[in-house]
Write a protein that binds this ligand. Sequence first.
Ligand SMILES: [Zn+2]
Length: 839
Amino acid sequence: MRLLLVLITLLLSSLSTLAQSGKVDMDYYLPTDVTYNLNIPTPESVLGYTPGEWHVSHDKLSEYMRTLAAASDRMTIESRGTTFEGRPILLLTVTSPSNHANIENIRKEHVKLVEDGSASLSTSSMPIVVYQGMSIHGNEPSGANAGLIAAYYLAAAQGPKIDALLDNTIILFDPSFNPDGLQRFAYWANTNKSININADPQDREYDEVWPGGRTNHYWFDMNRDWLPVQLPESKARIKTFHNWYPNILTDHHEMGSNSSFFFQPGIQSRTHPLTPALNQELTKQIGNYHAAALDKIGSFYYTEESFDDFYYGKGSTFPDINGGIGILFEQGSSRGHAQETENGLLEFPFTIRNQFTAILSTLEAAQGMRKQLLDYQRDFFKNARGEKGSGAYAFGSEKDAGSAYHLAEVLKRHQIKVHEVAQDFSQDGANFKKGMSYIVPKNQRQSRLIKAMFEKRTTFQDSLFYDISAWSFPLSFGVDFTENASLSKAGNEIQDLKRKPTPAVGTSTYAYLMEWHDYYTPKALNTILNKGIRAKVGMQKFSVEGISYDYGTIMIPVQNQSLNKQELASFINEVAQDANVTIKAVSTGLTEGIDLGSNQFRALEPARVAMIVGEGINPYDAGEMWHLFDTRYNMRITKIDTKDLGRADLSRYTDIILPNLWGNAINKGNTDKIKQWVRSGGTLIGYKNVANWFERNKMLDIDFVKTKNPAKNVSFEQRRDFTGAQVIGGAIFEAKQDRSHPINFGYTGDKVSLFRNTTLFIKADSTSYKNPIQYTKSPLQAGYISKINLKAIPETRPFVHQSAGRGEVILFTDNTNFRAFWYGTNKLLMNAIFFGSEM
Ligand SMILES: [Zn+2]
């Protein structure tokens, strides 16, 4: 078999595109049924090579797109912002010169299709809008590299066929969904390329260094952020999307090297129930165009057997709840320049040509189905208006303005209408306060999208999910919520969403008090402690000067600080303004409850936090925390690579975070080193399957609930679905909280919603106060869980704390920072950091 593979490989390489020279010709890619305008610069004239010979960096890609737009009257280019690394987030708008002259009117007419009164519009000669996006995963580069050829083709191709295409289509061409990831990957593939292309899969070229180019700067999978919209690249995309409401949106990816080419539809039974059935039928019809085009060039493909349209946070699914059709493409990856595979030699240019073919077949489908897709979009919104409920949703928080504000911000990004609360009201056991709460009328254009964001679904047609099965935003933001508010509670619609001004802090001669509820209190505390100002945390409730203060209130004494009374007053006011939190000046230490001089106020020390990253650590989990500390709380977090752990001086840190571990990333020597650091006073915080590492190394005494899943009447063919059904891909569970425990400081209710994507169930401790967070008796709030796991989870504990020597070991089995939109549980991690030694 092996010998055969080698023979085939040798045979194929003699016929291959790159051969040994690494040279490719544009003729390999370009259709011959049109002529090409010689005044349009070719990719080679700008890049210095033909696409496929090297992996294009984002810098070069930008240069070519700008050059092309300058030379062609069919294209305009804009930068819609910058990535975390400062790269432009580009968009080309491609259409006929006459459409360009009238583009804003065309856009306005198109958007009328989604509004009330669309019935009178004629779609018979209206252009269709197609949004084509490349390589959201930076190390799936055939999309972005195919984009070079597609952009050239759209600028240079001539003849009646191309004229008709440009007259009837507005193409929003997004040449790189992930500029930072693409740059990172291009660097890897190019720096490891040999002159004599080496297709040996074991070559370093095909095994990127951690964390790889898939993700963005903070290691996020951006193809999960279309709904939460927390990252700059997504903000730009979503703005373009809602500005235009494209009829088709394509998302060009890569998969394993032994695979062929995939296009949607995916697995039909896993389509989200809010997506109309017609959406999938149209997807299938569009698929016929891809099949015909790939047949023509002899490329193999498959459809309907994998991937799905369930989670609306993916690029190919998001359009489905917005009246469009999302299409996922997956090309078997050459990863570098060429690789031996089961299908023979897989060369980079071949992968580019397949993507380019799919780009053109999409445009052909858009021509062929233009009126059908425009009418579908109009009907989608018409039907949505027909099913609109009356009344409104309300959400907010009495004590945490920050989280409620950020949820309102996400809704505004999706052009959802959000109103102020006219006056305070109570409903479903929650108080909705003016200035701290928001009203979302059900009767509005985006009613389906709102439903998709707010609902709590627990029954499903299928038991397998490509991604998460639940994402209910009121739960992830940890805000009070009702879906039964009266519209009469709504005040003005909010046009320009702004934070409520923070009250100025008065000057105190005695102490300052900050309750711990607002999302941004850790940011404020960190600034205070880093300035060398002494602060303490109150372990109990109290009231002073007529105001009650909850568990976890931060107290800053005026006496004996490095700043004098006036300096301290202005510093504290600055901190409050910067973090948007309320801090109060008090003039006495005598309270009802613990007095301010009580030992129940515990001194805090500045947090010096490190996180273990690198080979063997899940980059998503690590990146979410890096992003949280760096962009939300302005806190420094040192990223220590697993390979450097042996020589790192751990005494520099008060806290070390160990994100989800893969395999044996931490050897015996480093394990002992970390244990020693804990015993001498460090707080070690582990997540998810670090539980097993803690148990193995006797750092936590934990008892797992064991589940059994005997296969009865399961055939060989069904075996994958059978085991897959036991996975918790991502669901939401309710836990009760003991609010007097420092891990729960800052929470106002006695319940918290946790995001979970593991099946680690830890038995509750027999000592009740050692279970400060414990799943309720029926904890499933939203999402899919198998019957076996649903029986295992009740009353287990997702949080474990144990002291060891002078230090602490803390475990979370659930992700408190999921994809940057799980605002509701970020506080748990911050409590572990700041109050770990008070537990
Ligand atoms: Zn991908």
